[in-house]
Ligand binder design. Sequence first.
Ligand SMILES: *Cc1c(COP(=O)(O)O)cnc(C)c1O
Length: 234
Amino acid sequence: MSEIAQRWIQIQSRVAEACERVNRMPQEVVILAATKNRPVVEVTAAVEAGVTHIGENYVQELLAKKERLDRAGHSEILWHAIGHLQRNKVKYVVPFCYLIQSVDSLRVAQEISKRAAKAGRTQPVLIEVNVSGEDSKFGVAPGQLAELSMQLVELDNVELQGLMTMPPYSDNPEDSRRHFQKLRALREDLVQRGLPNEAMRHLSMGMSGDYEVAVEEGATIVRVGTALFGPRNG
Ligand SMILES: *Cc1c(COP(=O)(O)O)cnc(C)c1O
């Protein structure tokens, strides 16, 4: 068995254990492989180990990897865009993207809706929220989230499905807990304000260092890179 396949089994069992601690079902949690800067051979190993959700930060890499894996016959893969998305790149990802997780402006959302209409589909999206308020982070400020959510649910060819966040990096997974709790609280607030539950069904939070904490706090999608592929440049 490949190292990647072994790590995949370990991640799944850790997610299951985290679910058990808080009385959730493991099937409620999608484990997505974050493949930025990873070569196609490694992505292929992950897919052969059973990974079906792939998330890429960079549009160029997303297109290149999709083409290679399509050609290898891996039509089962569900492709997610998880990095900051520029408006002029939207047209490349909309035709096939299962979920765009990083919408943080109305302008980008409008472009997604327009391109999705052209492709004859509705594009599922998440809003990326900058919960910590760090300057270096993409994502909408919590104070602007309600307005953007209300605007997105009005767009014809965009389907809002929830929220995504990336807390500040820390060696201690417990440091992320309050940020995950905040994202969940923001979701509750939006539902209180009348946003449909289905528009808030996903919380995409938790990466290699803190995905178990994220699951305990209600994540429905965790995004793991190094925990699956090994240390960067390694
Ligand atoms: C890199 C990245 C991940 C995965 O990070 P790891 O710490 O390697 O698990 C998840 N989500 C996003 C948006 C990323 O950029």
